[in-house]
Design a protein around this ligand. Structure first.
Ligand code: 23J
Ligand code: MN
Length: 259
């Protein structure tokens, strides 16, 4: 048995490829699909960029851009202050939250088959209890990643908008209350919201946002490649930008997997 320290072992495993890094992030661009709220609500900004110079008279040897983006555009992190239920919690903004849990284990709840059959599929506490009977209890401090394979759809099917709003899967209140009881760090999804597209009609409305953020938990939205993760055993690195008083931020989400 090796006597090398944990970090020396990890470094060797990363170098050798025994531990692989998987990118769970959508490419952020002018084409990134956006959440669209009904009138009269304000909207998150699309990603846009303005060129400062490109090896030209504005900067002969350098290329750089400014960019504009919403805190909740593309693959992004939701902090508790994002929702009114979390507004008075301590350390509830992206600059203030503790950094230790931003590197955390993840479990993957694969409901891709159910979601293929029903775009409005609702994950319930019963589904999670069944999952735990097969895979073990969800450990405290874990990210719970909801695999729907939504990230594999084209833009139309991804947003899945209809006159009555978007039709995308998500959790009901019972599922979120169970995850809070398990003391997870947060809930991550492939879809545009941690809540289902029709979650305005649930009790309470937007149960993931309302209950998770009220309990000081985090959200990750617009993830990809959840199908490349093991059911248990991955480690997720998800550190939002340190925006003063920020409610969330686009970020690169990486997972470490073995083998
Ligand atoms: C604001 C209002 C409703 C929702 C959201 C934001 C999000 O999904 C978000 O990006 O946090 S559902
Ligand atoms: Mn968000």
């Amino acid at each position: 048995m090796s006597t090398a320290s944990t970090l020396v072992q990890l470094a060797a495993s990363l170098t050798s490829g025994a531990v692989r890094v998987i990118d769970l992030t959508q490419t952020l661009s002018e084409d990134t699909p956006l959440l669209v709220l009904p009138e009269p609500f304000g909207q998150t900004a699309a990603f846009s960029r303005q060129e400062i110079s490109r090896y030209d008279e504005r900067g002969v040897a350098w290329h750089w851009n400014n960019f504009t983006v919403g805190e909740h555009t593309g693959t992004h992190f939701d902090a508790p202050v994002h929702w009114v239920t979390g507004k008075d919690l301590p350390a509830n903004t992206v600059d203030a939250l503790p950094v230790q849990p931003l590197i955390a284990p993840a479990v993957v709840l694969d409901f891709s088959a159910e979601c293929a059959a029903d775009a409005d599929f609702l994950l319930t506490a019963g589904h999670i209890v069944e999952w735990e009977a097969q895979h073990g209890a969800i450990p405290a401090g874990s990210w719970v990643l909801f695999r729907t394979d939504w990230s594999k759809r084209d833009v139309e099917a991804y947003t899945n908008r209809a006159p009555d709003g978007p039709h995308t899967p998500g959790p009901d209140a019972s599922a979120i209350l169970l995850l809070i009881d398990r003391d997870v760090i947060g809930f991550g999804v492939e879809t545009i919201g941690t809540d289902a597209g029709q979650a305005h009609g649930l009790t309470p409305p937007y149960p993931a946002h309302t209950l998770l953020h009220g309990a000081g938990k985090y959200g990750l939205q617009c993830l990809e490649n959840l199908d490349a993760l093991p059911t248990t055993g991955a480690i997720v690195i998800a550190a939002p930008l340190k925006i003063r008083d920020g409610s969330g931020s686009p970020l690169r989400v990486l997972a470490l997997v073995e083998g």
